[in-house]
Design a protein around this ligand. Structure first.
Ligand SMILES: Cc1ncc(COP(=O)(O)O)c(C=O)c1O
Length: 387
């Protein structure tokens, strides 16, 4: 598309990578399920030869997201974890990773229980202070991995400041942008090298697709990651690509509305007598609020956590007693979800690491969907009344 760069975000979400089908004129790209593609003569490759190496439906998803993240290229993976794992495959035995303390439990597990077997060492550091991050860097450090807002404490990391630390040390900076989405934050423009998404979340947006994405702004890095993608074969299926592309078309509208509702829910819970603390970057009381105001464009995300004065079992009872908020892992879709990180998304943490990093038994995480705010607030009030 010639004038792509001048188009607004939501226009690009609909049109970039989504030209009408040339053969039929269909306004929606066909779903290409073929695993292999005919060659004219042996050894002469067309644009596609085998779906693991490239697929038109998957290409469309990659083209759209690269545009939305301001990258030069993107790759679509089977899951978010497959995407993150592929980044760690850029490393060699003896290399070291510094990861934020407030990260998805599955990423913690990957780094500590899979990458360590390949001889990669990991340190956790509070990425919301560049001092802690810098102090954790060693001569062997090759990658810094952060999330902002963090999961599940919603800590805010100054991505531009981390990018400066990374470049001073010649280290790659990877940002899991699943919570913020490119609607609110575009880490490549802040100096990150790699952006990762669990496309299972906001990009798909309807709890019916699994996927992961990597976006980069360097041809060299793209080529290295493409080599891993094609060699390992952890790519997104055509069906999931189709669903993620469809989800991305309404991404901005969904995220903006979900942010508005999340702010209202956070303000309500802040006044609630049973709630000790609300962790939401949109609240002026949040320690990362000023950075979030600068870094996140027009909203603070639709994820929030609350701490209640309850032990492991009583907290379990609260999260099991909502009626609209569904008790489930995952996030970012049209339906609101509730979870207890200690027993769900962060159960793979060693208990001491979990508590040391502030993920207490009484922590509840909410993913705000598209229901009416009054219904959501009413549901939370009735669940908290059981305490
Ligand atoms: C922030 C974040 N990153 C990565 C992942 C992993 O993504 P997937 O479940 O698609 O592998 C998740 C999953 O919950 C997540 O919440």
């Amino acid at each position: 598309m010639d004038n792509e760069k001048q188009l607004r975000f939501r226009t690009r979400a609909i049109h970039v990578g989504n030209a009408a089908d040339q053969q039929t004129g269909a306004v929606v790209q066909p779903l290409h399920v073929a695993s292999t593609f005919v060659q004219k003569v042996p050894g002469e490759w067309g644009p596609y030869d085998y779906t693991r190496s490239g697929n038109p439906t998957r290409d469309a998803t990659e083209t759209t997201l690269a545009s939305l993240e301001g990258g030069s290229g993107a790759l679509a993976f089977a899951t978010g974890m497959a995407a993150t794992h592929s980044v760690t495959m850029l490393l060699n035995a003896g290399d070291h990773v510094v990861a934020g303390t407030d990260i998805y439990g599955g990423t913690y597990r990957l780094l500590h229980k899979i990458c360590n077997r390949a001889g990669i060492e990991v340190s956790l550091a509070d990425s919301s202070t560049t001092e802690a991050l810098s102090a954790a860097i060693r001569p062997e450090t090759k990658l810094i991995w952060i999330e902002s807002p963090g999961n599940p404490l919603m800590s805010i990391t100054d991505i531009a400041a981390c990018a400066e630390v990374a470049s001073q040390h010649g280290v790659l900076l990877g940002v899991d942008n699943t919570f913020a989405t490119p609607v609110l934050t575009q880490p490549l423009s802040l100096g990150a090298d790699i952006v990762m998404h669990s496309a299972t979340k906001y990009l798909g947006g309807h709890s019916d697709a699994n996927g992961g994405m990597l976006v980069v702004n360097s041809d060299e890095l793209y080529d290295k990651l493409y080599f891993i993608h094609n060699s390992v074969g952890n790519c997104m299926s055509a069906w999931d690509s189709f669903l993620v592309t469809r989800g991305i078309k309404t991404l901005e509208l969904r995220v903006r509305e979900q942010c508005r509702t999340a702010m209202l829910v956070a303000e309500h819970l802040q006044q609630h007598p049973k709630v000790k603390r609300v962790l939401y970057p949109g609240l002026p009381t949040h320690t990362g609020h000023d950075i979030a105001k600068r870094q996140m464009q027009g909203g603070f995300g639709a994820m929030l956590s609350v701490e209640i004065d309850a032990d492991f079992e009583s907290t379990k009872n609260v999260v099991a007693s909502t009626q609209l908020f569904q008790l489930a892992v995952s996030l970012g879709a049209v339906e609101s979800l509730i979870s207890q990180p200690a027993s769900m998304s962060h159960a793979s943490y060693d208990r001491e690491d979990r508590l040391a990093n502030g993920i207490h038994d009484g922590l509840i995480r909410l993913s705000i969907g598209l229901e009416h705010v009054d219904d959501l607030v009413g549901d939370l009030d009735q669940a908290l009344s059981n305490l």
